[in-house]
Structures are given as structure tokens and as C-alpha cells.
Write a new protein. Structure first.
Length: 358
């Protein structure tokens, strides 16, 4: 059963919880914007489900409450950003804003960030560029959760990739994908609901495909995009390493197995994530980009679907459908288990619980 929570009610709750953990007003707002954007787009694994993690990072001191990102190297088209261990959402907004500004002047803007933290959904930053009529791209490395092909040890993260390209009248191609078959949050959601997971999502401690989320989260790991070697999981493994080229290696951040473990209780090691942000101005290239982008999307949307499916989609369409659902409902539908968890968090922090829509 789901409970519908108005968007402003969700944002207010996030801001209150992070503030109680010591967050500055502007940083709390950054996080509220990004987490609600994830849930509005149907990416529940990276929305409110993650709030307690950010609060704990502030309380433990693994994320710095006072610092803000700064530019260490700068050129007309590029920037190296030091996140100074501040909130990942703040580092992400700062870095993509730099890339956008530079692309408007030179055609292409690129910023890489070191010493950052978990920044939410990668797609948020691509959408920042798309809203300015630009192509946006973002990647981040993450804690080692992925078991490389032929291995049984986690050495790489979910290492997501996002590319967002503007089309006509606000339409856009919006790819936001992990280089694992799924993000860890999706497995957490299944565990929360008491549901099994598909075989291609994760493996146990012996590197064998598993359908029990507990086995994946306790000694196992996530499989690369594609699953096992038989089903081309080595391609996802290769993409995850590619993300490290542009994030951990290019920015001189932590990389691969050197990144801190995921959500280890009371671990005070900094994340020091590397992140990549690019904005490209289509106006600096062939005229008519938006029209061609719209045409190629419409060609695929108009394809005859297989039996049992109503239509062929392009990247970003499922999120648009979820956004429309939330608009119709007057809020975001959350599973009652998450609403209960957030109510318990409200008691713990001494703040008002979210009020579901009547």
C-alpha cells in the first residue's frame, strides 16, 4: 500500500532532518531538491530512501558541514573542483553550473570534482544542462559494490552515467543508468518489501547469482550491467572502469577498492568521490539539433510494440510517466514501509513527521 505525500511536505521534512544533523540552510535545500527530484522521477532508490545516510554522514563528521566547493584549476573550457568534503549535492550543483557557464562561452564546458560525496541521481545534473538548451553529461564513482566479471570481490561501484539531450518543446532524451544491472537502492527496496530480486541483479559471497537480497547485501555484491559473463556482464564491468577514468583517475580522487565501504556503521573515513560534469552547446555544431533529436526519439516511440506492451519508450519516458502520475495524485506515492521508517526518524530527530495527503 502506498501513501501520497505532497512534494513540499517531503522537502520540508528533508530540510528539517538534515538541519537537525547540522546542515546549512542552502545545503539542506540542495539535498531536498535532488532527493525529491529522484522520487518524482520514480528513482526511489536515490530519494527519501537515502535521507538517513546523509544525516549520519553529517553527524559522524564524514561529510563536512561548514565547507563549500572551490575551484583549484581553471581554463576557459575546464575546471578542477575541490569539493572540500562538502555535501555531494552541493558539489554537483556547483560543478555542473561551472560546466554550463563555460559551455555557453566556448561550446563545451567540463568540470571534474575531487573530494566529493554521494550526489544523488546522476540525471539531475544532466537535466540542469538540458534546461538551458544544452546537452548534459555526468558520472560519479561510488563505494565498491560491484563484483567484476570472473571475480567474487567487490572492487567497483555502481558508477552511474547520465546523458541528457534537449529536443523540442521541453522533450528530451534522458539516460540515467548504473553500470551494474541495478543500483543497490533497488535491492534495498526489495529487502524492505520482503521481495526476491531477479537473478541478474546480484551475487552471493561466492560470486554466484542470488535472488535473496540478504545474500547480496551481506557478503555478496552487485553484478555488472548484463549480469554474468555468459550474458555479457563484462561490458558493464568495462563501462564501470571507464567511469573511473573520468572520475577517480582524472580528478585524483579515491578510486575502485580505495573508496570507503558502503554505509559501514561509525566509519569516519572520507568518501573522496570523483565526479564528472560536461555541458555541450548544440548551437556550436550543426544547426537543427533539437529537431533531429526529436525526430529520432519519435521514430522509436512510433515502433510497433511487442505483444503485451503498449508502446516503445526512449530514455526518460518512464520518468516522465511517473512525473505525470505524481501530478495527478497531488504528491509522491511512497510505500507505507518507507513512510513508517521516516516517521521513526522524525521521532528520533524530534521533528514533525510527513503528513500524507488526505
Amino acid at each position: 500500500m502506498n501513501r501520497v505525500i505532497p512534494v513540499q511536505e517531503v522537502k520540508k521534512f528533508i530540510i528539517a532532518a538534515l538541519s537537525k544533523s547540522g546542515g546549512r540552510a542552502a545545503q539542506c535545500q540542495d539535498l531536498a531538491d535532488i532527493l525529491t527530484a529522484a522520487d518524482l522521477r520514480g528513482h526511489y532508490s536515490h530519494g527519501l530512501n537515502r535521507l538517513e545516510m546523509y544525516c549520519n554522514d553529517y553527524k559522524l563528521g564524514t561529510t563536512c558541514k561548514e565547507s563549500l566547493p572551490t575551484v583549484e584549476k581553471d581554463s576557459p573550457s575546464t575546471a578542477l573542483v575541490n569539493g572540500n568534503n562538502s555535501l555531494g549535492a552541493t558539489v554537483g550543483k556547483f560543478s555542473m553550473s561551472l560546466a554550463i557557464e563555460k559551455s555557453k562561452k566556448t561550446g563545451v564546458g567540463l568540470a571534474v570534482a575531487t573530494n566529493s560525496n554521494h550526489y544523488g541521481i546522476a540525471g539531475y545534473y544532466g537535466l540542469m544542462a538540458q534546461s538551458e538548451g544544452l546537452i548534459g553529461m555526468s558520472m560519479t564513482n561510488t563505494s565498491p559494490l560491484q563484483v567484476p566479471t570472473r571475480s567474487k570481490k567487490t572492487t567497483l561501484g555502481t558508477n552511474p552515467i547520465s546523458v541528457v539531450a534537449p529536443a523540442k518543446d521541453g522533450d528530451c532524451f534522458a539516460l540515467d543508468m548504473a553500470t551494474t544491472t541495478v543500483a543497490l537502492g533497488k535491492i534495498e527496496v526489495c529487502r524492505r518489501k520482503g521481495e526476491p530480486i531477479p537473478a541478474s541483479w546480484g551475487c552471493d559471497s561466492d560470486g554466484i547469482e542470488a535472488t535473496d537480497p540478504e545474500k547480496v547485501m551481506n557478503g555478496g555484491g552487485l553484478l555488472p550491467l548484463g549480469g554474468t559473463e555468459l550474458t555479457s556482464g563484462y561490458k558493464g564491468y568495462g563501462l564501470a572502469l571507464m567511469v573511473e577514468v573520468f572520475c577517480g583517475i582524472l580528478a585524483d580522487a579515491a578510486w575502485g577498492p580505495n573508496i570507503r565501504s558502503w554505509q559501514v556503521v561509525n566509519e569516519i573515513k572520507k568518501a573522496n568521490l570523483g565526479q564528472f560534469f560536461m555541458a555541450i552547446n548544440p548551437e556550436n555544431f550543426a544547426d537543427g539539433f533539437a529537431e533531429r533529436m526529436q525526430a529520432i526519439m519519435d521514430v522509436h516511440r512510433s515502433l510497433d510494440p511487442v505483444e503485451g506492451k503498449d508502446k516503445v519508450l526512449v530514455a526518460g519516458d518512464p520518468e516522465r510517466q511517473h512525473l505525470a502520475l505524481c501530478e495527478d495524485l497531488g504528491g509522491i506515492p511512497y510505500h507505507e514501509a518507507l513512510v513508517r521508517d521516516m516517521a521513526a526518524l522524525a521521532v528520533q530527530y524530534g521533528i514533525d513527521a510527513m503528513k500524507p495527503k488526505a
